[in-house]
Design a protein around this ligand. Structure first.
Ligand SMILES: *Cc1c(COP(=O)(O)O)cnc(C)c1O
Length: 248
């Protein structure tokens, strides 16, 4: 089977599974981010030609290279670890639509400043990344640190006119992602949204929950995900970054 056909089938299967699940259970249909890290621009093009526009990337340089080659109406989601010195992404890529991994006020300020320098600034959507499983190696603000989460949310709302506070994002732990029961990481994310909404006076429905990847998006949708990020189920497995740089 050609790569094109393979991608089209995998993409249609994912879209169909999500829409069937939502229709049968009356869940709201979440936004689907096709996570294209390590995959070539031609792969993205195939889904683009089917009408898909939301793509997720983890690495700054890779995103920059793809963004210049691909159509400007793509909505890029940056979902990788964002270093402070890479905030210029918000200006360099006007169609960067979301940064899903915001975790500090200083990065928010930098993104806001960069975005404001565009000649026609369109707000950059940001999700605060929460480390719901509180694993040491994972990025994001610890779920138990509600004060820090709330002060970052406040900072975005009150001091960052070029950012739009879109919601909360998490990567569930491996154990929770492969269990059968309710996912406790997703539960924590949803609980934090309730608290923020109450304490800051923002309607719950105006805040999204970015949760669910290939292994756990069905459960995430059951628990109210508004934004699932699916990579390998659509694009197939990934080789490591090292393999890529050797072969290019
Ligand atoms: C890679 C990645 C995904 C997609 O993972 P799959 O398991 O391949 O679906 C989603 N979210 C983040 C933050 C990622 O880094």
């Amino acid at each position: 089977m050609s790569r094109k056909l393979q991608l089209e089938q995998a993409y249609r299967a994912a879209v169909e599974e999500i829409s069937n699940l939502c229709r049968t259970n009356s869940y709201a249909v979440p936004n689907l981010v096709a996570v294209s890290k390590y995959k070539p621009a031609e792969d993205i093009r195939v889904l683009y030609d089917l009408g898909h526009r939301d793509f997720g990337e983890n690495y700054v340089q890779e995103l920059q290279q793809k963004a210049v080659q691909l159509p400007k109406d793509i909505k890029w989601h940056f979902i990788g670890n964002l270093q402070s010195n890479k905030a210029k992404l918000a200006r360099e890529i006007p169609n960067l639509a979301f940064v899903e991994t915001l975790d500090s006020t200083s990065k928010a300020t930098k993104l806001d400043n960069q975005r404001g320098q565009l000649s026609a600034p369109s707000p950059l959507g940001v999700y605060i990344q929460i480390n719901t499983s509180e694993e040491a190696q994972k990025a994001g603000i610890f779920a138990s640190n509600l004060n820090e989460i709330e002060s970052l949310a406040k900072h975005i709302l009150e001091r960052c006119p070029n950012l739009k506070f879109t919601g909360l994002m998490t990567i569930g732990s491996y154990e929770q992602s492969h269990g059968k029961a309710e996912n406790q990481d997703f539960r924590r994310l949803s609980d934090i949204r309730e608290k923020i909404s109450r304490n800051l006076g923002v309607p719950t429905q105006s805040l999204g929950l970015s949760m669910g990847m290939s292994a756990d998006y069905v459960q995430a949708i059951k628990q109210g995900s508004t934004n699932v990020r699916i990579g390998s189920n659509i694009f197939g497995g990934r080789v490591s970054k090292e393999d890529i740089s050797r072969s290019s």
